[in-house]
Design a protein around this ligand. Structure first.
Ligand code: OXD
Length: 309
């Protein structure tokens, strides 16, 4: 079996050495933009070039090194019938839940104020936060969204979830489809976006949507930058519709130096780190699936490329 590794890591051996250990019978190749076809059976990719699909005509499946497959579906010549498999959790959902909780606490536990007080040697206690005043709404109820929702519900936050299709989740009130979006937004003060990026969800976080949230709203975007209409966010912040936004993803990454977001006290910026791909867990998952697929066993995480996730 031949496996081709196609990700812009300057040290691909960090991946290929463990892949060789996990699949000792496989031949492992690293993508060479100028090299010949290797006739790979499987490719492990992150945002691959279109040359991959021009050159490699024997691929049985392609494994994405991330949960979001928008970067892969964007490749224009991705064969329609090729099996595309995304990463399922692999340590990401716990990190996401931590990140979201951290951003929520920054917003509702006065942490910045207490840090400032410390700098000034001030001992002053502020009014305790009431959970009932911070209902959370999670958009997207895949592995990651569910983990975020369950984590916050376990801490007694009132949590609701919204997704395209029906989901049921203990302790979380769930809403499905465009018809139930308004009801979801009305019950939400802290909006957490974990949606996949598709044609339907692009630009979904716009002024109209933000205006439907509860007063003093907070946005935490860990989905994709293209979900958010940036000018609409600035307008919502300026008009006081939103109190704060924590953004881990951007339309253009790295965020350009002259981008207005950098200057805003009411926006927290992190450089797409809310959930890092953990190499060991990722490779264990992918190589396990390659083994299963090669032996004709069913695998999970296969993407519906028409639907986009
Ligand atoms: C992912 C990401 O999609 O890292 O997994 O953004």
């Amino acid at each position: 079996m031949k496996i081709l590794f196609v990700a812009g890591d300057p040290k691909p051996e960090r991946w290929t050495v463990p892949i060789r250990e996990l699949l000792p019978d496989a031949e492992i190749y690293v993508w060479d933009p100028d090299g010949p076809a290797v006739n790979a059976d499987y490719a492990i990719v992150w945002q691959p070039p279109s040359a991959l699909f021009e050159r490699e005509k024997n691929l049985k499946a392609v494994f994405n090194l991330g949960a979001g497959i928008d970067g892969l579906l964007k490749v224009p010549n991705l064969p329609k019938d090729l099996t595309v498999v995304r990463l399922e959790d692999a340590g990401m959902s716990a990190q996401m839940a931590e990140y979201v909780l951290h951003q929520l606490l920054e917003a509702n536990r006065e942490m910045e104020t207490y840090r400032e007080q410390q700098r000034q040697g001030v001992w002053k206690i502020h009014r305790p936060m009431k959970r009932s005043e911070w209902p959370v709404g999670v958009m997207g109820l895949g592995h990651i969204g569910k983990r975020v929702a369950r984590t916050l519900a376990a801490l007694d936050y009132r949590v609701s979830g919204w997704a395209r299709g029906e989901h049921s989740l203990e302790g979380v009130s769930t809403h499905a489809g465009p018809d139930q979006l308004a009801g979801f937004l009305k019950s939400t003060r802290v909006l957490v976006n974990t949606l996949p990026l598709t044609d339907e969800t692009r630009d979904i976080i716009n002024y109209d949507l933000l205006s439907q949230l509860q007063p003093g709203a907070v946005l935490i975007n860990v989905g994709r930058g293209e979900h958010l209409v940036e000018d609409d966010l600035l307008r919502a912040l300026d008009e006081g519709i939103l109190r704060k936004a924590s953004l881990d993803v951007f339309r253009k990454e790295p965020l350009p130096e002259d981008h207005p977001f950098w200057q805003r006290e009411d926006i927290t910026i992190t450089p797409h780190i809310s959930a890092r791909t953990l190499r060991d867990a990722t490779l264990e998952q992918i190589t396990g699936k390659i083994r299963d697929h090669a032996q004709g066993r069913p695998i999970t995480g296969v993407v519906d490329t028409e639907r986009g996730y």
